[in-house]
Design a protein around this ligand. Structure first.
Ligand code: HEM
Length: 460
């Protein structure tokens, strides 16, 4: 016989029936990890290999290795863990594979690498078999680590319902949850899936980088180049902390308002249209779908702002300035007055910042999937909407109080430009004003009716 690797223990146990046996073509990383997982789940595993004798040492204990033809005879379900370039070897096996379920696990290196999906190509090579695309979003690593430590979701598609059901049954027994995505024509999408790198993060990341760069250069000119040109003072060291501690909170506040702007716009659109039964424009849909990522990035920037603020007292520059002031007060024998207004102002803006940051963190935590799962829809929307707008309000108030009455003095507008904190107040102020309009009783009543299905003009 071609059989080479039956472990002594397995020899004593009768071979499992065909329904409990699965075949894996390919003894690479993916094939071996899958085989191991199948064995652990209680399946009998038969590997199909070009050179059964030389690959036997690599395969998991308890599995059998046979030549492709013999292996395919022993099971109804065959996982094809082979790269697409090597699919040719299946052509001479077409007869043996008739009626079998072939699971195509393959992935490509880039999009549009081949004219048709790998699974469709496989189906064309072996027309008599039932090809199911699936499991390709898993890595060998996640197969080995077990379902507790990796993504549990697998996607499958294929023409035959029975074939898909057989594959789903195996997936469930391995501890995965399987999602049937439809016919084999979806295979291409499933094959592109692992090639995407954090697709929902792309736009928010671009916004964050764009805003950071724009404000960095704006503040560089206003703070550092201005001092150099007008007073010949080199204060470029401020780039490291002072400038960073402006760019971070500014970007954070703008991105936080970008989280809440689309919801407000959507409400106004519904008000204007007088119905909820029309689709939002695509750009608004896409924008709403990346709110979580926008918010989490904004939280990251707020966190940096807090860290930068915490180190202010230990900065050499700050300590030097403070000592210098004290020394000059003593030298000149002056007395200084404690100003209660300044104390109130300072404490108030810091306290609002802290409260805002506290709620910000709560928003971040409640956007994690494991936490969302413990919340009802009402609880989730309460936190994300009501507390979200409150967070925006607190952070905006923090910034207004920080600015205080500086907008009155002309020295604030270096080269006739407004400081960064003023610019970054525009968007949150607009969002908060629009939100305020939306929660006035008469507007709120109309919005609620529209959300309950009422349509303007429909009842006439
Ligand atoms: C400015 C403290 C949270 C937004 C400042 C400043 C301090 C401060 C000391 C003045 C910095 C300077 O003199 O250069 C804090 C503390 C916070 C906190 C202690 C919480 C623990 C937040 C949060 C936001 C925020 C959550 C919202 C995004 C801002 C903005 C400025 C600012 C926009 C003006 C930056 C500029 O100078 O242009 N904050 N903050 N802060 N903070 Fe906060």
């Amino acid at each position: 016989s071609e059989c080479v690797s039956l472990s002594p223990m397995m020899e004593a146990v009768p071979a499992p029936p065909e329904s409990e046996r699965v075949c894996v073509f390919g003894t690479g990383d993916m094939g071996r990890s899958l085989g191991l997982r199948l064995l652990q789940a209680g399946y009998g595993v038969v590997f199909g290999s070009r050179r059964p004798h030389s690959s036997s040492s690599l395969i998991p204990h308890g599995a059998q290795v046979l030549g492709h033809a013999a292996a395919s005879q022993s099971a109804h379900l065959i996982f094809i863990a082979v790269q697409r370039e090597h699919y040719d070897f299946l052509v001479p096996l077409a007869n043996q594979l008739k009626g079998k379920v072939l699971v195509d696990l393959s992935n490509n290196l880039r999009k549009n690498q081949y004219p048709e999906a790998n699974a469709e190509y496989l189906q064309s090579l072996v027309p008599g078999a039932e090809v199911v695309k699936g499991f390709n979003t898993l890595s060998a690593w996640s197969l080995q680590n077990g379902p507790s430590d990796a993504n549990r979701q697998v996607y499958i598609c294929g023409e035959s319902v029975e074939a898909k059901q057989a594959v789903i049954a195996v997936a469930i027994k391995l501890g995965f949850s399987a999602l049937d995505q439809g016919f084999l024509s979806v295979a291409r999408e499933l094959e592109d899936f692992p090639l995407q790198l954090f697709p929902q993060w792309r736009l928010p990341l671009r916004i964050a980088i764009g805003l950071s760069a724009a404000f960095f250069f704006y503040l560089l000119i206003r703070d550092i180049i201005y001092a150099y040109v007008t007073q010949s003072k080199d204060i470029s060291f401020r780039i490291m902390v002072s400038l960073a501690n402006k760019v971070c909170p500014i970007v954070s506040l703008i991105m936080l308002s970008l989280c809440y702007l689309p919801g407000v716009l959507a409400s106004f659109l519904q008000l204007y249209r007088g119905t909820k039964y029309r689709r939002f424009p695509d750009w608004l849909d896409r924008w709403m779908l990346c709110r979580k990522q926008l918010g989490l990035l904004a939280l990251g920037f707020a966190f940096l702002h807090v860290l930068y603020t915490l180190i202010i007292p230990i900065r050499y520059y700050v300590r030097f300035k403070a000592t210098e002031r004290t020394v000059s007060v003593i030298r000149e024998n002056r007395t200084t007055q404690f100003d209660t207004t300044t104390a109130w102002r300072g404490d108030s803006y810091l306290s609002l910042g802290i409260l805002g940051f506290g709620l910000y963190v709560l928003l971040g935590i409640t956007s994690l999937p494991s936490v969302i799962n413990t919340l009802s829809w009402r609880e989730f929307s309460f936190i994300q909407s009501k507390l979200g707008h409150l967070t925006l309000l607190l952070c905006t108030a923090h910034t207004y109080l920080y600015g205080w009455n500086r907008f009155l003095s002309s020295s604030t507008y270096k080269w006739y430009t407004p400081p960064g904190y003023m610019l970054c107040l525009v968007l949150p102020s607009v969002v908060l004003l629009l939100k305020l309009l939306l929660i006035t009783p008469c507007v709120d009543r109309t919005i609620t009716r529209i959300r309950q299905g009422w349509e303007r003009g429909a009842d006439q």
